[in-house]
Write a protein that binds this ligand. Structure first.
Ligand code: MN
Length: 356
């Protein structure tokens, strides 16, 4: 914890005297304890965790090295701490604060200049890019649960169940395996619904000749996993096979470019060129991947306009797809850890087309 706070100060502008963390995810990242509501104040010499009666016992029992303050008026308590510390420059999480709250805080912390430039958000995102070994272990565990869940759900996809039923069973299994939660609303899209990259499960009955896109993840100790597989039900057409193979080649070639020092945009370019040269450029309308951690989507972005470069121990997805509107779609996604000479793929589920 101390290291994270030290590293955060290194990334902040020199004039910053204190930092107020309002978002649950940043408070969790910096303190390592997850408390629904509260505020964290960091000064150069102290760290305070303010929360109310509902969460105070958890905060106290967490063993974190913060001064824990119980208050139902946390903003007023912060104002006092700022006054006492003679702090005149406070940095806030601009991405997390509503305009109304910013206006209120300007009045409440009237002795202070509030930095709402986004520097703090940027600094925390930068820290979160590279994962520690503890974070990686949690992400791996989350992926292990997802791998098991994939095999659990396969037999069910054969039986003519609805997307909604299959998605629910998948979620139930993931939770039963000990995950905190599913990483996001499960995408389980069959037949024509699979052409929508972020389809919501419907009452459609899975049928012979369908592609079924399964995009899902698990959360373990706050850390997410993310994977996508596309499976076929019964027989498929040569067109479906061709598109599956194109996506698979694009995904595998893109994976080969992942390593420390490579530009994130190159991974996207590799996948996109393969899909474009097969004539489906306009059918791949999203980025190739994203970072994963305390949030399902975080930095770095693997898009054509990404200006980031891979560092070892970043965790990212590689997930190209081809979507034929009203017809079908294919996406294949792995989550990987960037290494010095390549990447470690977390999902052990094979990617050769599974025909059920
Ligand atoms: Mn993803």
């Amino acid at each position: 914890m101390k290291d994270i706070i030290y590293n955060l100060w290194q990334l902040l502008p020199r004039e910053t005297e204190a930092v107020l963390l309002t978002s649950r995810v940043s408070r969790r990242y910096i303190s390592s304890v997850d408390i629904e509501e509260g505020l964290v104040l960091l000064t150069k010499s102290k760290a305070y965790y303010l929360t109310d009666f509902r969460y105070i016992e958890k905060a106290k029992n967490s063993g974190i090295d913060f001064e824990i303050i119980c208050s139902s008026k946390a903003e007023e308590a912060i104002a006092e701490l700022l006054d006492r510390g003679k702090i005149i420059n406070l940095s806030l999480e601009a991405d997390n604060i509503t305009v109304a709250r910013a206006e209120r805080l300007k009045k409440r912390f009237s002795g202070c200049t509030l930095d709402l430039s986004g520097e703090l958000d940027k600094a925390i995102s930068t820290l979160r890019l590279v994962k520690t070994s503890e974070e990686i272990e949690k992400i791996k565990k989350a992926q292990e649960i997802s791998d098991k869940a994939f095999y659990h759900i396969l037999p069910l996809l054969k039986q003519g169940v609805t997307e909604r039923e299959a998605a629910l069973e998948l979620e139930f299994f993931i939770r039963k395996q000990g995950a905190d939660d599913v990483a996001f609303d499960i995408i389980l899209a069959s037949g024509p619904n699979s052409s929508m990259p972020h389809a919501v499960p419907t009452d459609r009955i899975i049928q012979e000749g369908d592609f079924v896109v399964l995009d899902f993840g698990s959360v373990v100790d706050g850390y997410h996993s993310d994977m996508t597989r596309t499976v076929a039900i019964g027989s498929i057409t040569p067109e479906q096979r061709h598109i599956y193979d194109t996506v698979l080649i694009a995904q595998m070639q893109a994976l080969k470019t992942v390593k420390e020092g490579t530009e994130c945009a190159k991974v996207d370019k590799t996948a996109r060129q393969i899909i474009e040269s097969a004539g489906f450029g306009k059918n791949f309308g999203h980025g190739t991947g994203h970072g994963v951690g305390l949030e399902i989507h975080e930095g770095p972005r693997l898009t054509p306009v990404s200006n980031e470069t891979f560092k070892a121990n970043m965790v990212v997805t590689v997930e190209p797809g081809i979507y034929l509107e009203g017809n079908f779609g294919v996406r294949i996604e792995d989550m990987v850890r960037v290494t010095v000479d390549g990447c470690e793929i977390f999902s052990k589920v094979p990617k050769d087309l599974i025909v059920l």
